[in-house]
Write a protein that binds this ligand. Structure first.
Ligand code: HEM
Length: 257
């Protein structure tokens, strides 16, 4: 069981890493049939060594694992620098409570701004067009760098600082949305091809994160207070160094509401 889990984890990780690589074959026509960087071979090797029967549980993990979990881990990293105080009476948080937790929603948005797990969106023009004065011929592949957009100093004050407060406005509700309507925050893309898993991912991350904060006091292994935020390569921008932290059970769960 452990061996299978490790194989699946490695497979998902390798596929995310390889699909995020710059592949000469995709861009230089005469390299089309050459596997100069060996990416094709690596994918093929994975394919051949991974003949396994997938269960319903495996498929659920595939769907939810990579991006959503990487994102939860980013949130936890960032929370090490922040005390989360949420007022109210004592009971375990439920999914329906999230709407009344503006600071939690703000943490989630701020994490997506700084560390979008899909840092590049790709589009191909169907016809010649001009955008912002740039002439774009038909069938040109365009990359939208959502990672850089989230850190653009023209839109964000002190863009490199983790400040969830920027998403909390006076009435306690955050106005800036992450669903593709505000073009300086596009972690789930925009338009017809935007992420269909947005609601599921947000619900899961917020519910998981609130339960993790409410029930455990998280300590960094080794006793440090700040985590290394360096990002690693790959389509889903994982951490460069794994997060090793220790959950300490709270005797009385933190009041969230
Ligand atoms: C934090 C979690 C997630 C993030 C940040 C994320 C982000 C993205 C981004 C940026 C895109 C490209 C959008 C575009 O091109 O405009 C995308 C596409 C997609 N996502 Fe997600 N995603 C997440 C979770 C999920 C989950 C949980 C699912 C499935 C249950 C999912 C399914 C998909 C699919 C199927 C597409 C391709 C849509 C298409 O090409 O039409 N995503 N996602």
């Amino acid at each position: 069981m452990k061996k299978e889990a490790d194989e699946i984890r490695k497979l998902v990780h390798d596929v995310a890493e390889l699909t995020g690589k710059f592949n000469l074959q995709d861009f230089i026509w005469f390299c089309k049939n050459l596997d100069l960087q060996g990416f094709g071979k690596r994918l093929k090797d994975n394919d051949e060594s991974s003949e396994m029967k997938l269960t319903r549980e495996n498929i659920k993990s595939f769907i939810l694992y990579e991006e959503t979990l990487i994102y939860v881990v980013h949130c936890i990293y960032l929370l090490f620098s922040r005390a989360v105080e949420l007022p109210g009476k004592s009971r375990l948080v439920e999914e329906s409570d999230i709407v009344n937790l503006p600071y939690l929603q703000a943490i989630v948005k701020e994490t997506l701004r700084l560390h979008p797990t899909g840092p590049m969106i790709v589009r191909e023009s169907t016809e010649n067009c001009t955008i912002n004065g740039y002439d774009i011929p038909a069938r040109t592949r365009l990359f939208v760098n959502t990672w850089a957009i989230g850190r653009d100093p023209n839109h964000w004050e002190n863009p490199l600082e983790f400040r969830p407060e920027r998403f909390v406005v006076e009435d306690g509700k955050s106005q800036l949305d992450v669903r593709g309507q505000h073009f300086h925050l596009l972690p789930f893309g925009s338009g017809r091809r935007s992420c269909p898993g947005t609601s599921l991912a947000l619900n899961m991350v917020q519910a998981t994160l609130s339960a993790m904060i409410q029930c455990f006091d998280w300590k960094l292994s080794g006793g440090g207070v700040t985590a290394d935020m360096e990002e690693g390569p790959g389509l889903t921008l994982p951490r460069a160094h794994p997060l090793i932290c220790v959950p300490v059970t709270r005797l009385n769960p933190l009041p969230l509401l």
